[in-house]
Write a new protein. Sequence first.
Length: 683
Amino acid sequence: MKTPAYLLVTRLVHYTTQEFFQCNRSTWFPNANYDIGSICVAYLSCDIFKSGHCQTVEDFISRREHCPFGTYAAAFWGTHIRECEADGEQPQSEEAIITLLLDTPKVNSCMQFMLSIPQYSDDDDQYNSVHMESEGYKYSLSTAQIATGLHLAAYFELPDVAQKLISFGSSVDCVDAAERTPLSWAMEHNRLDSITLLLSHGADPNIKDSEGIAPLVFPIYQGCERAVQLLIEENSDLLSSFENGQLLLHVSARGGSEKVTRLLLEQGISAHSKDHEGHTPLFHAARCDHLNLVQLFLDWDLDANPQDIELDASISVAAEFGNEAIVQFLLDKGADPNNLYYGDRTPLMWASVEGQTSAIQVLLKWGVELETKNSKGQTALSFAAMGWSTEKAIQLLLENGADVNSEDNDGRSMFFHAASEDEHTNLIALFTSTKIRNIHQPDRYGRTPLHVAATRGHLQPILTLLNTDGVELEIKDYRGHTALHCAAACPRIQVVQLLLENGADINSEDNDGRSVFSHAASENRYTNLTALFTSTKIRNIHRPDRYGRTPLHIAATHGHLQSVLTLLKSDGVDCEAQDKFGRTVLSDATLRKRFDVVKILDTFSETSSQMTVDSVVQATSLEDVNVCCDVCTVYVLKGKAFSHCATCHGGDFDICEVCYHVGARCLDRSHLMELRHEKGLAP
């Protein structure tokens, strides 16, 4: 026998043993359900549980250790009682069950055992945290009442018990900690007897839980036709009065039950209704691969406008999820195979980016246009190149004549897209084409596939690109960045090492005179700095940029302590060096309240800052960023003022208030700079 750590349920080594006991249960264990159910109820009624559910993880872990039978008893007591009745056995006295279910603390304890999901440590027998969750609903440990006895009676389908609880004053519409009613629980688990009883006592089917879900949604999605009928029979106006009544058909379309879907359509719900994203039931059926429902929706209203029912969007989403039978069916029904209606992508683009080869084959056989471009100038092959593990899709498209040299509106090639997504297998698939003109073609910003792979730290694509003909390590983009500049600022030291091993120029400077050391310092890539220091071809680690700022200036300004320490240990460091505006490393760190950096620098310099400019608060998250200062490279917070030149750097040149105050200006002083508070907007 084995005992899993989670449920602590005993399992038999071989299922033949289980079969034997199941076939002979009535002979060997005629009172099994009665005995086990009685023991479970008695166990859960013990005084140890009268304090209620545990408020801390530690307390609950301790309780589980002291009450190892708790999880099983809580999860299955009601099942044994129900099966006891089904077998014609005399169930345990309802008095004990009622007493337990009217005891809120003990019900909470029971619920905690049922809902708790342990988070295990490396030791399978131990877990270090736990949370309560059921079907996506999360319950807080601090809640006063997790659920009521009526919820449990409805869940286990014990109508006689539920009837007595109601007669004793339990509210038929009471809610649990997730604002779910007993009817919601019964509906979710298709407990028909419980549903009938609760509805007969006036349970409100329109009460929504904390997620905004009404009880009716559960049986509709699960295809429980009888449960849906019970609700409609009890309240004929239910569907029309349901706040999001039109969305019920969408739920059914996702669930896949033709019977429930027909039932809703017969109640008058429009087959063309749209959800909050503007999608119809047909769209959802196509997405979830329910061909029978796709046929039903199209046959329900033969005169419907294709746009009203989202015929074109539906074929796209079917292609996205590889539902080739639906793709073929919708093609036969007149869907446009080259439409860009859904997400600015054709069905072929969707199938290509997801690697859905079966759907691609259906579309290619139909004769779709391979070179259709979306608003960004991307083709289906572009999407296949940027997809994950889509080499087979790439091969299919190339075999059918897709243009491997096509570029998007930014001049980006298939190879650029593949390198940007860390898909070296896609690059290899593209290389099989015999019509390639230039693998390393730069985009409109001068960036090659090697640039983008280095920027994102994609090691395998870099290795693949370095082994191709025509690769050039020293090509610069529009800002003068080489692949090594990009790699220096990325988080993978292996990329820096690889480029150096292949001869990348460590002394290269960008248009602002910044070295690879400055780029590493600006992003606090101190491990990259260490890797760069190993080169034997370095001329000057601390060479200043066009503004006189050294890598140490940049690291200190950003408050990158580890990079500051790394640079201070290098040969030739000068803590007293001033930039073109008279700022030393220490004065800049003091100005920007980089106190940990100041403390380190004080041991290297006796110079103190006499500047009187107010200190500024810097962004700590890219979500808080407005622009990046082109002088000091520090990010400016949203809402903070900065000076902007609409000419330099292609109209993308900005200076923070601090740099502007000390004299920093536009690259060409004849240009006028304007004060702004938001990128792209004049004051």
